[in-house]
Design a protein around this ligand. Structure first.
Ligand code: 6PG
Length: 244
């Protein structure tokens, strides 16, 4: 595996979705076999949604002991859970509502309250549930065309060593606030999996994956698990600008 992580190229978006579902099932099986629980942080966005929807179908659904799955969110928009922009709502609709995860195992970020308070509240929840150095078994991420991931946008200071576990972010492009886990939490994970698809991501993916390091400009480059595995699930179109 290269420094940038393990690159797995699939023919198309559907191939990326299946690869994401397979990665989820594998990570869940390993964690549950080893410790009896699977702690996962979900990403928002269109790309992971297709993989989530597959998890609610066979052969994936019956391969996971959903009673032992504990669902968190890598980030959330500061909107009510009923809002169509909510990552929680997207995940509920895509698979959580269908697979039988116990409701008490789903820990959404409360987008409906003050962003700063929601960030502090979520950090406390992570500390209570996972300890002061929370380590997810799997963190799922997407890649924005501006190089953001989760809700770490360009200009994010590479504060990988700051104390914060969760941060409120004024996501100017959308005119709303967001709440995001920090690079410190992402990089503590056992496994981090990016899902990237589409020709529109080709340039930014090549820059982030193979270009010079500039994490302030391309926050996805902040993702470098300290001891866990990093995997990129990318379709041919999104990988098309990689240097030969
Ligand atoms: C979100 C995600 C965000 C997303 C990227 C890529 O809340 O939307 O946290 O970081 O992963 O914007 O989104 P797509 O996969 O939809 O292109």
């Amino acid at each position: 595996m290269s420094e940038q992580g393990d690159l797995q190229i699939r023919p198309d978006a559907d191939g990326v979705a299946h690869a994401l579902a397979e990665a989820f099932v594998r990570a869940a099986g390993d964690a549950i076999a080893e410790r009896g629980v699977f702690n996962v942080a979900l990403s928002g966005g269109k790309t992971p949604r297709a993989g989530y929807e597959l998890l609610a179908t066979e052969p994936y659904r019956s391969q996971v002991d959903w009673s032992k799955v504990y669902v968190y969110f890598g980030d959330e928009r500061c909107v009510p859970p009923s809002d169509e922009r909510s990552n929680y709502r997207m995940a509920e609709q895509a698979f959580l509502g269908a697979v039988g995860v116990p409701r008490e195992n789903v820990h959404r970020i409360r987008g409906e309250i003050d962003p700063g308070f929601a960030a502090n509240e979520y950090a406390s929840l992570l500390r209570t549930a996972l300890g002061n150095a929370p380590q997810f078994d799997l963190v799922l991420l997407g890649l924005g065309e501006d190089g953001h991931t989760a809700s770490l946008f360009p200009g994010t200071l590479p504060q990988v060593d700051d104390g914060a576990l969760v941060r409120a972010v004024d996501a100017q492009p959308e005119g709303i606030w967001r709440v995001t886990i920090t690079p410190r939490v992402i990089n503590s994970a056992e496994r981090v999996v990016f899902a990237v698809e589409g020709a529109e991501k080709a340039s930014i993916f090549a820059t982030v994956y193979a270009g010079p390091k500039d994490p302030m400009r391309y926050p996805a480059q902040l993702v470098a698990p300290s001891s866990g595995n990093l995997t990129w699930l990318v379709d041919t179109a999104a990988a098309s600008a990689l240097p030969r």
